[in-house]
Every structure is written in C-alpha cells, then in structure tokens.
Write a protein that binds this ligand. Structure first.
Ligand code: IMP
Length: 192
C-alpha cells in the first residue's frame, strides 16, 4: 500500500518505514512532486497535523498522513508545545531551542516533560487521528549525538540515557512518534 508521509524529513521517513514494514511503501513529499512549504498555522498540535494532511490530500490527491509533535514541559506550562520547532526563533535551530529550554528550567525542581505526536491519516476522504506520548524528564545538560531536535536533553521515563544516546531501534520501541505510528499501523492492518 502506497501512502505519502507529508514530510521532507528523511530521518522521519526512515523511522516510519522501519516501523511499518515492507507491506507499505512510504513516500515523502519530494516523491510526489510537492516542493512547497506545507501550511502549519494552527495553534495546536492536532490542528497543525490535520492542516498538513488536508493540504496534501486536497492538492495532490493521494492517501496520506501527517504528523505534528511537540515537547510539552510541565514547569513551562506545556511550552514549547506547538512552538517546538521554532521555540528560540524562526531559524529553527535545535541547539538554540535546547539552550532556551535549559535556561527556562534553570533551578527548577520539576523537570517532567513529554513528547506528544498526533498523526492525521486521510484515506479515501475519511480522516482519522492517532496520538502517541513519550513521558520523561529534561536533563541538566545535553548528551549524545544521535537523533535530532531535543533528543540530547530528553531522558525517557525508565531510562538513564537521553534519546540521543539510544540507537534508532531502541528509540523506536518507546518514542511518541513510534506509539502514534503503531496505532496507525494497527488501524491500517485491520481496516483495509
Ligand atoms: P515536528 O512536528 O515533527 O516537525 O516536530 C516539531 C519539533 O519538535 C521539531 O522541530 C523538533 O524540534 C521537535 N521534535 C519532534 N520529534 C522529535 C524527536 O523525536 N526528538 C526530538 N525532538 C523532536
């Protein structure tokens, strides 16, 4: 089954393809000839996820899904949340974003956080949504070279390493996106 994952992030496409297995062919935006920037103007993770999927479905007439993720930090009232990508400015600089989070949490006792992903699938006109949550804490300092985004400062619950110190396989067992993708896969396999 061919499905477009509405992203240009090769890292994510690889993650999801690995989770879905070979009975699905996941193609990115480039492969369907979409070079324009997808609109992401909503103020919630759910809203942005649906907006991206609807844009691709309506303009490219292909069954597709889109994801949107935010890092929600308790002591920062759920920030950076929907602003995760550009928390420290429009440059979308992961290093600067992490520094802003660490500064915001300086001296904080409560370092509880979660990554939350919402996937919107649009298949044959019908829309479905799947949520995945990875609970954890924000470390005092970055560690590890793997992953992307906030991975070096996020320690998933039950682990001592950051996401950036884990292999992709290990992260995929417990990540927010993996949990949402497992729900998507389960749905696709049971509702053909
Ligand atoms: P997106 O909606 O998947 O593009 O995610 C928005 C932002 O959240 C990204 O730019 C990253 O900063 C952050 N993010 C999303 N997923 C992850 C992850 O798995 N690890 C670390 N940061 C992530």
């Amino acid at each position: 089954m061919k499905l477009c994952f509405a992203t240009n992030n090769a890292h994510k496409i690889r993650e999801v393809q690995q989770l879905l297995g070979s009975s699905f062919e996941i193609v990115g935006l480039q492969a369907i000839g979409c070079t324009e920037e997808l609109p992401e103007t909503q103020d919630t993770i759910e809203g942005n996820s649906a907006q991206k999927a609807r844009f691709v479905y309506q303009n490219y007439k292909i069954n597709c899904f889109a994801d949107d993720t935010g890092l929600e930090i308790e002591a920062l009232q759920g920030e950076p949340g929907v602003h995760s990508a550009h928390y420290a400015g429009p440059e979308r600089d992961s290093q600067a974003n992490m520094v802003k989070v660490l500064n915001g949490l300086a001296g904080a006792q409560n370092r509880q956080a979660q990554f939350r992903t919402v996937i919107t699938l649009i298949r044959d006109e019908q829309e479905y949504s799947f949520e995945g949550i990875a609970p954890g804490t924000i470390a005092e300092a970055p560690s590890g070279k793997g992953g992307f985004g906030y991975d070096p400062i996020f320690t998933p619950q039950g682990y001592k390493q950051s996401f950036a110190e884990m292999t992709l396989e290990d992260k995929n067992q417990i990540s927010h996106r993996a949990k949402a993708v497992y729900k998507l896969v389960d749905f696709l396999q049971n509702h053909r």
